[in-house]
Ligand binder design. Structure first.
Ligand code: FE2
Length: 242
């Protein structure tokens, strides 16, 4: 790897690229938060011809990048969640990609956006629909890929946890203490930060639930590969008391 990339955060532990639908792939990665505290972190890769779009980008190892480049060329990098962005600048520079984010999604200041992520955004992902939260204190979005039964890709808003995890035991205990006790849930920490007085988060989630999706994958946790819409609706009901 050339020295020009040494200033970016290094690649962290991750698994192989796994296909979950036609032209949709996921990498289950991780992020070190503190000693003994490593949480899971996922990236979704969408292929359109030979173009690749990264949702919730994570930096891969050199071997991982070699596998990625076998799938196509990364042309677009998309930030969905306000709190995510550690590897966005690296991915944009490494691949010469166009960077999408919502106005004000600047918890990570770099890179500067090349394109605005809004509900009219024409992402190079077949049958994709962007839904943005309107009532949150900071920008957040989801992408619903409405084909093959539908796949909802979120960042932090809705999450699903199941099975083996890349999170350490300490991280899992801390998350449980913060209220991450359900398989599918609105992230408690995200909700605590994002909920604003008077904002109608229910309307935001209702617009997401207007989409059809059998599956859900977020930037953390596991793929929910069946009946995700019902699980998401229940999670929203629990979180918002609707
Ligand atoms: Fe997150």
């Amino acid at each position: 790897m050339s020295s020009e990339f040494q200033s970016f955060p290094r690649a962290q532990r991750h698994g192989p690229i796994e296909q979950i639908l036609t032209d949709i792939f996921v990498v289950y990665g991780s992020m070190r938060m503190a000693p003994l505290m490593r949480i899971g972190r996922n990236m979704v890769i969408c292929r359109d011809g030979d173009r690749l779009t990264l949702l919730n980008p994570i930096r891969l190892s050199a071997a991982g990048e070699a596998e990625l480049e076998k799938l196509g060329r990364v042309t677009d990098v998309v930030r969905l969640g306000f709190f995510h962005g550690l590897d966005d600048a690296y991915c944009v520079h490494r691949f010469g990609a166009r960077f999408w984010c919502q106005p004000g999604s600047n918890h990570y200041a770099e890179p500067s956006p090349d394109a605005v992520l809004n509900e009219e955004a024409a992402l190079p992902i077949r049958a994709a629909r962007v839904i943005t939260f309107r009532a949150t204190r900071a920008p957040e979005a989801v992408v619903c890929i409405e084909r093959d039964g539908g796949l909802l890709v979120t960042c932090d808003s809705l999450q699903h946890y199941a099975g083996p995890s890349r999170a350490t035991l300490v991280a899992r205990l801390v998350m449980r203490w913060f209220g991450y006790t359900q398989a599918t849930q609105v992230s408690p920490l995200w909700l605590k930060y994002m909920r604003s007085a008077g904002g109608d988060l229910q309307a935001d989630f209702d617009r997401i639930l207007e989409c059809e999706f059998e599956r859900l994958i977020s930037a953390h946790g596991a793929l929910l590969d069946r009946q995700a819409h019902a699980a998401a609706a229940q999670a929203v009901g629990r979180a918002l008391g609707g």
